[in-house]
Design a binder for this molecule. Structure first.
Ligand SMILES: Cc1cc2nc3c(=O)[nH]c(=O)nc-3n(C[C@H](O)[C@H](O)[C@H](O)COP(=O)(O)OP(=O)(O)OC[C@H]3O[C@@H](n4cnc5c(N)ncnc54)[C@H](O)[C@@H]3O)c2cc1C
Length: 352
């Protein structure tokens, strides 16, 4: 049985390694544009110089799994076509191409490896007293602004978004903002209309100069599913059935950020459970058993505020917020364990 895994992020790696363990006869090929597994949840650290974010795929894949460094141009009819002109047949495929960023002109995206690398080089070249603007008041923006401010206290760091830390409620919201202010990050609750010649223009009509402007909003997904003729939602995510199979082709499972799972947001925390469920489904089908439906399940939302502080607020299964939250060292440890757990799951295909 030939299996193609398209994308070697959290979902793809988890799926490949779990499948190799559960279905030993599967011939698995993982296709990814880079020969590395990129820990996207550490890209803000990578650009600020506080952590590495790439690990060679060869050290992450179980024995017997083949990897190809290429981009898939099309998937369907039991074939994946690669950008190097070759193609691979498959009996089953896992579409796991993740999400992407659509940066405003004049900004550098932090949510992709290429963007984070560009930002890292630009940040390292900035002289003292320069201004860094981080656009995006969600988790990626908060973590990026805090990480840069802590690593480079010689810079002025500003975070801009219509409602910075608005994904938290009650006191955690305030704790995130206080944590940013302690790191001397200026918080600007406003939308950005455009960035021109190093000037950031706001919806309110205000404008300010910025030496480096980072786009810290993750949105949209690679257009592979749409380009391949699979049914997609408004964001371009592949529409799946309750067992995470494409509604157009039962041989293709879609998992992680690129799957249109009702109630799912872009989250590393969902990538492994979805990959686990899809692999379990395939194993059940091969054994002649009925598959079971997948259900989204959240636990918490959390952001790091540099290396010494963090805030985490617990959620119900459906992602609505509970009142309980943790801060400070406890939250740092919990968040770090979650990040390490994501990589461990990707390497072993266990733990989801
Ligand atoms: C700075 C930052 C911090 C974050 N923090 C958190 C957090 O704390 N908690 C949380 O839950 N989530 C967090 N996220 C979100 C999380 O990183 C994503 O939800 C997660 O990476 C999704 O996993 P995935 O496997 O679906 O996709 P990805 O990890 O994006 O992997 C997709 C892979 O597919 C490859 N690919 C793309 N197109 C193709 C193609 N055509 N052919 C072959 N390969 C292709 C990509 O190169 C990539 O390797 C954060 C994101 C960022 C940027």
């Amino acid at each position: 049985m030939k299996v193609a895994v398209v994308g070697a992020g959290y979902a793809g790696m988890y799926a490949a390694n779990r499948l190799a363990k559960k279905v030993r006869t599967a011939e698995i090929t993982v296709i990814n544009p880079r020969p590395d597994f990129v820990e996207r949840v550490r890209l803000h650290q990578w650009l600020a110089g506080t952590a590495d974010a790439a690990t060679p795929l060869t050290s992450m894949l179980r024995a017997g799994i083949t990897s190809r460094t290429a981009t898939v141009d099309k998937i369907g009819d039991g074939v994946v076509r690669l950008d190097d002109g070759t193609s691979l047949d498959f009996d089953y495929a896992f579409l796991a191409v993740g999400s992407t960023a659509r940066p405003m002109p004049g900004t550098i995206p932090v949510g992709t490896w290429e963007g984070a690398e560009q930002a890292r080089v630009a940040l390292a070249a900035l002289p003292a007293d320069s201004t860094v603007t981080v656009i995006g008041g969600g988790a990626t923006g908060i973590e990026t602004a805090a990480e840069v401010a802590e690593a480079r206290p010689d810079l002025r760091v500003r975070i801009v978004g219509p409602s910075v830390a608005g994904d938290f409620s009650h006191r955690p919201h305030q704790r995130v903002r206080t944590g940013l202010e302690r790191l001397k990050v200026d918080i600007v609750d406003d939308g950005v209309t455009e960035v021109t010649d190093g000037t950031v223009h706001l919806r309110s009509g205000a404008a300010f100069a910025s030496d480096l402007t980072l786009w810290a909003i993750v949105s949209g997904v690679p257009d592979l599913a749409a380009r391949s003729g699979l049914t997609v939602d408004a964001e371009g995510r592949a529409v799946v059935d309750e067992c995470l199979r494409s509604v157009d082709d039962e041989r293709i499972f879609a998992v992680g950020d690129c799957a249109a799972v009702p109630g799912a947001r872009f989250a590393c925390a969902l990538a492994a459970p979805q990959a686990a469920h899809a692999v379990n489904t395939l194993a059940r089908l091969l054994a002649g058993r009925e598959p079971t439906p997948y259900a989204v399940r959240y636990v918490a939302r959390a952001v790091t505020l540099g290396r010494k502080n963090a805030v985490g607020q617990f959620t119900r299964r459906d992602d609505t917020l509970r009142r309980a939250y943790v801060t400070g060292r406890t939250a740092v440890v919990v968040k770090e364990l979650a990040s390490r757990g994501g990589k461990f799951g990707a390497r072993t295909g266990t733990g989801a």
